[in-house]
Design a protein around this ligand. Structure first.
Ligand code: ATP
Length: 394
């Protein structure tokens, strides 16, 4: 009796996280074969922009697993009419392999929603459930879910814990545009994507008209951040008109200021090496500060923005001594745009339209207080900015 892993997903695109997971499933479950089964992405599902058609994803997946002798790619879901249910796939595989043992392999996101799957009970009768636990996953939640599945469906899922890569296809798609995707893609897959210009890699994003810049850059965000980014851009334009900066630069810097923010710390580090950004020990330990410098680099190298715009983005989180008017505007606009809601924001808004330096100083000092309350240190650039503004004020 062979042991067969069934690993389904959209693989849009396939990445090293999938490969590593397949290796671990194979090793830990003693699998003779792992079947990768790309989903058809049925028409009712909202597809991310630039998703290639199923045959192209299939070709990418075949390239990705080429060197894994225990893997086969199976396109059975791509031929099916109607909704794409795992239970149908498992029924079909059971017909094909009646005497073998099937393991349905999945990551955390799939596992945590398992009981909502169509005919989950039947799935459990056809295959054992196996899941890849990443280090960042909450083990309590996973084990509670394993117990719930056991109680409801009478089967105990196997949880394999390992240093699985903290990456998803969504992140890889973003990094194909922002930079650093080579960290997560098999070389041949990256080459094929670039060769065919997939996932928007063929588009020139330099010097776009504002509406296009907005559309291209907002596509790189997590949905919930979009109102903030739009608010920041509009506020920056108002402040630019008031204080004599270029409103066009202000709008562009505002819309791009958080363009890399959806990437987590380790991916910020990948971007830093992509753009040759040398970072301090403080920044390495506080990677959430890095989105502003990587944002500045992306504004320049991906979107072809001017140094003025790129620098305004670069300094929007820390500030520094002797900032330009545009740099101050982006810092303050980010702090006070209409979606911000915290004690003191009204005072900041009032001040921003009368005295930009005073508003900047207030923002920096509020950050300093917040960090102090959290017992966290403040970076040198911010301390310099405060000292500079105080001295200027006399
Ligand atoms: P996204 O959801 O952003 O499209 P994904 O890579 O999570 O990306 P799928 O291609 O559908 O999406 O993933 C296929 C299967 O691999 C799913 O069961 C998913 O939970 C699992 N998986 C995805 N990424 C990882 C990873 N880094 N480590 C382990 N398992 C993963």
């Amino acid at each position: 009796m062979a042991r067969i892993g069934v690993y389904g997903g959209t693989f849009n695109p396939p990445h090293l996280g999938h490969i590593l997971a397949a290796r671990e499933f194979q090793k830990n479950l003693g699998l003779d074969l792992v079947l990768f089964i790309p989903a058809a992405l049925p028409p009712h599902k909202v597809l991310p922009p630039d998703t290639p058609d199923a045959q192209i994803r299939l070709a990418l997946l075949k390239l990705a697993v080429e060197d894994l002798p225990f893997v086969q790619v199976d396109d059975l879901e791509l031929h099916r009419e109607g909704p794409d249910y795992s239970v149908d796939t498992l029924r079909e595989l059971k017909r094909r392999y009646p005497n073998d043992k099937l393991f349905l392999c999945m990551g955390t996101d799939m596992f945590l929603s398992f009981e909502t799957w169509h005919k989950a009970k039947e799935i459990c009768s056809l295959a054992e459930i196996a899941m890849a636990q990443r280090q960042s996953d909450d083990p309590v939640a996973l084990h509670a879910q394993a117990r719930a599945i056991c109680q409801k469906f009478g089967t105990t899922p196997v949880i394999i814990s390992n240093e699985f890569l903290e990456v998803s296809s969504t992140t890889v798609r973003r990094m194909l545009i922002l930079g650093g995707a080579q960290a997560y893609l098999p070389e041949k897959v990256l080459h094929e994507i670039r060769n065919r210009g997939l996932y928007g890699t063929d588009r020139n994003r330099k010097n776009l008209p504002f509406d296009q810049l907005k559309q291209e850059s907002l596509a790189l965000h997590n949905e919930k951040r979009i109102p903030h980014v739009i608010g920041c851009s509009a506020t920056a334009v108002e402040l630019a008109k008031k204080f004599g900066a270029d409103p066009v630069d202000a709008a562009r810097a505002g819309i791009l200021h958080d363009v890399t923010k959806a990437l987590v710390g380790v991916d910020q580090l990948h971007l830093c090496s992509e753009y040759g950004i040398i970072i301090s020990d403080f920044e390495r330990e506080n990677t959430k500060l890095l989105h502003s410098v990587t944002g500045g680099a992306v504004a320049k190298h991906v979107f072809g923005e001017s140094d003025a715009v790129s620098q305004a983005i670069w300094w929007h989180t820390s500030g520094k001594a002797n900032m330009t008017t545009l740099e101050k505007i982006i810092y303050v606009a980010d702090y006070m745009e209409p979606n911000r809601d915290f004690p003191g924001v009204e005072k900041l808004r009032r001040l921003a339209y009368t005295d930009l330096d005073a508003a900047l100083l207030l923002g920096l000092e509020m950050t300093q207080d917040h960090l102090k309350n959290q017992g966290a240190p403040m970076g040198k650039n911010s301390i310099d900015a405060i000292a500079f503004l105080k001295q200027k004020k006399g």
